[in-house]
Design a protein around this ligand. Structure first.
Ligand SMILES: C[S@@+](CC[C@H](N)C(=O)[O-])C[C@H]1O[C@@H](n2cnc3c(N)ncnc32)[C@H](O)[C@@H]1O
Length: 257
């Protein structure tokens, strides 16, 4: 499953033959991709436009959940894994690409008031995140939500966060965006902090589908983290959750941790 190259014509033809009902929706996505890409000066602007288009139809589908049940389930999965792997209520959390708080609502509820900080490039999904806070009555937890245009974290203080989380964000990011994140995230991580992110893993050639979906080899991301002086570990037990993406945990090197 992890060795397929979804960008190859042969993969697309076989896929279309197996799923003829999905051809029309793929054609629509492809047309939208070309149109938005042509009008966008960079990846972040492009993906912000994708989110605007998706969120206008359904904010849950925009974060990858086509049913309410799936939205609840994928949020719970992220939360349970983090708690069983070291997250504590007194920790301070930065969630990169927080979306409409599919998991964020559970983190906000669990953490002490003011300890959750969500950032996202999409104003539309951040408005949906506010709806989630209101719907789940989390106002008293004073969650922070901020719109960003890059992943330099330049407006955030040094060593501010014990837990950084990015679920299903690097699966939509070119390597330059991941590189920028890994170049700067260490500064905002407190001693002993951990940064967990998911990615679409391939064991074959790295590739992308449209300008939205990116498939990386584990070694590429481990090496990138190391180049920025971070220690990165592939989290093999995340695979047992059955989630289609893979997970890496990044920590500060010993001595700084
Ligand atoms: C598939 S959704 C996942 C949202 C959330 N993490 C979850 O699991 O429900 C990806 C989110 O990441 C955001 N995003 C994509 N690229 C980003 C970037 N470079 N910086 C910050 N947010 C980004 C998108 O706007 C979107 O809200």
């Amino acid at each position: 499953m992890h060795s397929k190259d979804r960008s190859r014509l042969s993969f697309k033809i076989l896929y279309a033959l197996r799923h003829p009902g999905r051809i029309a929706s793929y054609a629509r996505r492809r047309t939208r991709d070309a149109w938005l890409w042509m009008r966008s000066p960079d990846h972040v602007s492009y993906y912000r436009a994708v989110m605007r288009s998706d969120a206008a139809r359904s904010s849950k589908a925009a974060v990858g959940s086509h049913t309410h049940e799936s939205w609840l389930q994928i949020g719970q999965l992220q939360f349970d894994y983090a708690v069983s792997h070291g997250l504590k209520p007194q920790m301070r959390m930065l969630e990169i690409g927080c979306g409409n708080l599919r998991a964020g609502r559970l983190f906000i509820d669990y953490l002490e008031a003011g300890h959750y900080y969500g950032i996202d490039i999409s104003p539309d999904i951040l408005l949906a995140a506010q709806d989630t806070i209101a719907e789940y009555r989390l106002q008293a937890k004073l969650p922070h939500l901020a719109l960003v245009g890059d992943l330099t974290f330049r407006f955030l203080p040094d060593a501010a966060f014990d837990f950084v989380h990015a679920h299903s964000v690097f699966s939509h990011s070119p390597i330059e965006v991941i590189d920028e994140c890994l170049a700067h995230v260490g500064r905002v991580m407190a001693p002993g902090a951990f940064f967990d992110f998911t990615f679409d893993r391939t064991e074959g050639a790295e590739h992308q589908v449209l300008h939205e979906d990116f498939y990386y080899r584990t070694e590429t991301l481990l090496a990138l983290a190391a180049r920025h002086g971070l220690t990165a570990t592939y989290m093999a037990d995340w695979e047992e959750t059955g989630h289609p993406q893979s997970k890496i945990r990044v920590t500060l090197p010993a001595g700084e941790a």
